[in-house]
Write a protein that binds this ligand. Structure first.
Ligand SMILES: Nc1nc2c(ncn2[C@@H]2O[C@H](COP(=O)(O)OP(=O)(O)OP(=O)(O)O)[C@@H](O)[C@H]2O)c(=O)[nH]1
Ligand SMILES: [Mg+2]
Length: 284
């Protein structure tokens, strides 16, 4: 048996890199659960696993165990709403790539994204990409949004994968860390990674003209090593973020600004709850 790290997941096959740098094609046996909830992809990119070689010549093996995770990023499965889907595990930080246009920004998406990282205390960086196509007002909006997210403790910046603006700063932020890169389809995740490290040459694709929606060019999550130190996990675009797994209190507790704002005194917070008893326990 050997230990390795999962560097790519297709859903049925997993690439596992062992200490000697060899990459094995692996399958999994058995069922795995996460906090009692079924998961559609039991093993995620970033997982440290135990691997039993099946065919050493062909570098094929079986994943027989998952080592305890430092953390993980999970959402409701897009296919089965009572199941969870793992985006990545054992990461140091998450980079949310977004843009205000092409495709149009849904502000709620940022907050929903933070609902995946916050419960696990994973630092999040928000980047507003494609600033080369923003007009003055849009740029102003992007900067204002950066200010809001910075004020509650996130790192937020603007960038353009096309012109390279902001890319040096991103390199600095990614150096020596394992970073999950996520966001909606077509926002430029893979293009940005290619700017950060051109030799990765990840596949990217034009948006479809009329809908402005991305095409899901990246279809599998994969980890890539950065020459200047660290690693990134490029992931397929997210269409919908829902959280059947969270209770209303989980949602409230994970919005930092509700808890940390000095403007909200404890007494006021208690008073609010007292005047609004027995809120219906609807799922978010
Ligand atoms: N104008 C402009 N276009 C960009 C920028 N970054 C990416 N694009 C374009 O946006 C389109 C989508 O880019 P991708 O990198 O494939 O997007 P993605 O987020 O990886 O998409 P998925 O893999 O589908 O999740 C491509 O046509 C890119 O050339 C940018 O900074 N400015
Ligand atoms: Mg991509």
């Amino acid at each position: 048996m050997e230990k390795g790290i999962v560097i790519k997941s297709t859903g049925s096959w997993y690439q596992v890199k062992t200490g000697d740098g060899a990459v094995w094609q692996c399958r999994i046996v058995g069922k795995f659960r996460l906090e009692g909830i079924r998961i559609t992809n039991p093993v995620a990119v970033g997982d440290e696993v135990e691997m039993t070689p099946e065919n050493a010549d062909e570098k094929q093996g079986l994943i027989t165990g998952i080592l305890p995770r430092k953390n993980y990023v999970a959402r409701q499965s897009p296919r089965a709403k009572h199941d969870l889907h793992l985006l990545a595990s054992n990461i140091d930080q998450a980079l949310l790539v977004t843009t205000i246009v092409q495709p149009n920004l849904k502000l709620g998406f940022i907050d929903r994204f933070l609902l995946m990282t916050e419960p696990q205390n994973i630092p999040a960086i928000i980047v507003f990409n494609k600033i080369d196509v923003y007009d003055e007002d849009t740029l102003e909006l992007a900067e204002a949004l950066c200010g809001i997210y910075e004020s509650i403790g996130y790192t937020a910046l603007t960038a353009s994968a096309r012109t390279g603006q902001g890319v040096d700063k991103l390199r600095e932020l990614l150096k020596d860390k394992t970073t999950l890169i996520s966001g909606q389809s077509g926002v430029g995740k893979s293009t940005l990674v290619n700017r950060i490290q051109p030799n990765l040459a990840l596949k990217t694709q034009e948006l479809s003209d009329y809908s402005g929606k991305g095409l899901h060019t990246t279809t599998f999550a994969a980890m890539h090593t950065l020459d200047f130190g660290g690693a990134i996990i490029d992931t397929p675009g997210i269409k919908l973020l829902a959280f059947n797994n969270l209770q209303p209190a989980d949602v409230a507790h994970n919005f930092r600004e509700f808890l940390r704002s000095p403007k909200i005194a404890d007494s006021e917070a208690v008073a609010c709850t007292a005047t609004n008893p027995a809120a219906p326990s609807k799922k978010p």
